[in-house]
Structures are given as structure tokens and as C-alpha cells.
Design a protein around this ligand. Structure first.
Ligand code: ADP
Length: 320
């Protein structure tokens, strides 16, 4: 039976990571397992930046965004000699297993460590919802709330001024944040890696909404890294009856107090991670699929297609 578990957060931070740290720590301690927090992801693992966690070490963090443990990137972690040094640090401190909260890059690191004899469990922590093996990631719901709040405000002013608001949201090659925001806000269009982008189509559709449907405003939600939204806004002003305005929501989407849904999700997933390690399982990641907390081998999870996404695009189209 595992006696001491380490926990770290890696890659981009996300609201709800603290709730997951708290859950893992409390569940482990309640089962007689010692807990060690590792600061700054795999970098802290390499540098031996460790902290013993007691129950009160994780008090007052449940409602905080970001991560109490800090996060960092360490590209050298892909090299075995670097991981060997990390394992040496773990062994020296009696840490027998690890919970890694992060994205798919962090999962790959966790898998490598497991292959080298340290059982690791991955928890999906990112606002982008871009991790296979789970319907939702920790932080997505909070980011969605931020986006919806912002777009609702933009809609008020857009309709007063016959504007087309083009709103860029995060997502990192995954359109979920844009798609769900579009559904929540009744957007006229959504542009994501999954929909693709055709400028002429967008301008023609706006022209139609203006001339034929008599819309007082239009909202387009766009995933980052697809199109220059400022440039698109100018073209909208030049080629349609709407005045185009671009808004890039940026890093505000990464912050804020986690929503109740994210706190519950993080807590459920944290509990599952400890249960898996207590069962001697490593190299898995935790997910939520059809509202059931599940676990899958990391390599399998990273290849699993997301089947719920298609249904959400269909829903968006049906709500037009
Ligand atoms: P995320 O976990 O959010 O996807 P990254 O892709 O930046 O973020 O990965 C976070 C960290 O995980 C990297 O800095 C690196 O330390 C580690 N990592 C990423 N890919 C691998 C890999 N293939 N093998 C080992 N470690 C990896």
C-alpha cells in the first residue's frame, strides 16, 4: 500500500487546480497516506522543491484560482537523465507515487515516470478542454462563465450600435470554449478549428443577417490562433451593414474563483486519483465521461475521440 504521495501542477494553470490539490491531500491524509506538495511542476521535481502537506496546508484555497503549488514548463523532462534525477529526488524523500495535474504534455511526462517505476495519475487541468479521455477538464466551466459574462455585456452594446462583435476566446486548437460560449450567448456564428474558416462565407452570412433577417447585431465567437480578429472586424465594416468590433478576451479567461461545477469536478477527480494509487495503479488519467468519474490508461486516453463534440455542433446549428 502506498505510503507517501507527491502532487504537482504542470503546464498552463487553470481555476480548480487548488480544489484538486486540496481533495488529493485531504483524501490521502484521511487514508493514512503522507502528502508532499511539489512546487513549479516538473521543474520543482528536478530541483527538490518539496513541501510536506498537512490538512491545514490546503485550507482557504478551494475558492482560489491559479495553483498554490505554482506551475512551470521543463522541456528537458523529455530526456531520461533528467527524469532519472527527478526519480532520485522522489526516492530520497520516500515519495512512492505522484498525482500530476495538467494537460496532455504533463500526462506524457507522467506516463514516462510510471514506466520508470513511479506510479503517476494524471488529472486534467486546463481551461481549454483539449484533453482526450474526459468530457470536461478542470477549469473549463470557470473559463466558460468568464466568456459568457463578457459576451453578454458586449451583446448589450452591440445591439444599440448595429455592431458585429467578433470575440476571440482561448482554446489552443480546441473549439469547445468558443462553441459552448456561442451556445450560451446565442451567437450568430462560431469559428473553431473544427468548423474551419472561410472569410467570404462569414461576410456573406453577415450580409444576409443584416439585409434579410434584419438583425440589430451579430456576435461571432472565434477560437484563438485561427484568424486576426482585428483584420476581420475591419472587413466586416467595409463589406457588410454592420460595424465590426473585435474583442480579445485573453488571460482573464485563465483566472478567477472556480465555479461550483469546477470545485465539485476537481474534488471528485482528486478522490479518484488517490483511490487509483491506493490500488497500485499508475499511468492512468482520470476523466468524467457521461457524468461518471472514470480512469483510462494515459496512452489510450490521448487517442480517444471525443464523441460529444459533434452533438454540440449539431445543437448550435439547430438553435439558429
Ligand atoms: P500541458 O501539460 O498543459 O499540455 P506542456 O505541453 O507544456 O503543457 O507540458 C508540460 C510539461 O510536461 C513540459 O514542460 C514537460 O516538462 C512535460 N512534458 C511534455 N511533453 C512531454 C513528453 N513527451 N515526455 C516527457 N515530458 C513531457
Amino acid at each position: 500500500m502506498v505510503r507517501k504521495i507527491g502532487i504537482l501542477t504542470s503546464g498552463g494553470d487553470a481555476p480548480g487546480m487548488n480544489a484538486a490539490i486540496r481533495a488529493v491531500t485531504r483524501v490521502a491524509l484521511n487514508n493514512g497516506i503522507e502528502m508532499v506538495g511539489i512546487h513549479d511542476g516538473y521543474k520543482g521535481l528536478l530541483e527538490g522543491n518539496f513541501e510536506i502537506l498537512q490538512k491545514n496546508s490546503v485550507s482557504d484555497i478551494l475558492d482560489r484560482g491559479g495553483t498554490k503549488l505554482g506551475s512551470a514548463r521543463l522541456p528537458e523532462f523529455k530526456e531520461k537523465p533528467v527524469r532519472d534525477k527527478c526519480i532520485e529526488n522522489l526516492v530520497q524523500n520516500g515519495i512512492e507515487a505522484l498525482v500530476v495535474i495538467g494537460g496532455d504534455g504533463s500526462y506524457r511526462g507522467a506516463l514516462e515516470l510510471t514506466k520508470q517505476g513511479i506510479n503517476c495519475i494524471g488529472l486534467p487541468g486546463t481551461i481549454d478542454n483539449d484533453i482526450s479521455g474526459t468530457d470536461y477538464t478542470i477549469g473549463f466551466d470557470t473559463a466558460l462563465h468568464t466568456c459568457v459574462e463578457a459576451v453578454d455585456k458586449l451583446r448589450d452594446t452591440s445591439s444599440s450600435h448595429h455592431r458585429c462583435s467578433i470575440v476571440e476566446v482561448m482554446g489552443n486548437h480546441c473549439g469547445d470554449l468558443a462553441l459552448y460560449t456561442a451556445i450560451c450567448c446565442g451567437a450568430e456564428m462560431v469559428i473553431t478549428p473544427e468548423t474551419g474558416y472561410d472569410e467570404i462565407e462569414v461576410l456573406e452570412r453577415l450580409h444576409y443577417l443584416d439585409q434579410t433577417v434584419n438583425k440589430s447585431h451579430a456576435i461571432i465567437i472565434v477560437t484563438e490562433k485561427i484568424v486576426d480578429v482585428e483584420g476581420l472586424a475591419k472587413k466586416v465594416s467595409q463589406n457588410t451593414g454592420f460595424s465590426g468590433r473585435a474583442t480579445v478576451l485573453g488571460h482573464i479567461q485563465r483566472g478567477g474563483s472556480p465555479t461550483p461545477n469546477d470545485r465539485v469536478l476537481a474534488s471528485r477527480m482528486g478522490e479518484k486519483a488517490v483511490e487509483l494509487l491506493m490500488d497500485g495503479i499508475g499511468g492512468h488519467c482520470v476523466g468524467i465521461i457521461d457524468n461518471q468519474i472514470t480512469s483510462l490508461p494515459i496512452d489510450e486516453a490521448l487517442q480517444r475521440p471525443n464523441t460529444s463534440r459533434k452533438k454540440m455542433y449539431r445543437l448550435f446549428e439547430n438553435l439558429m
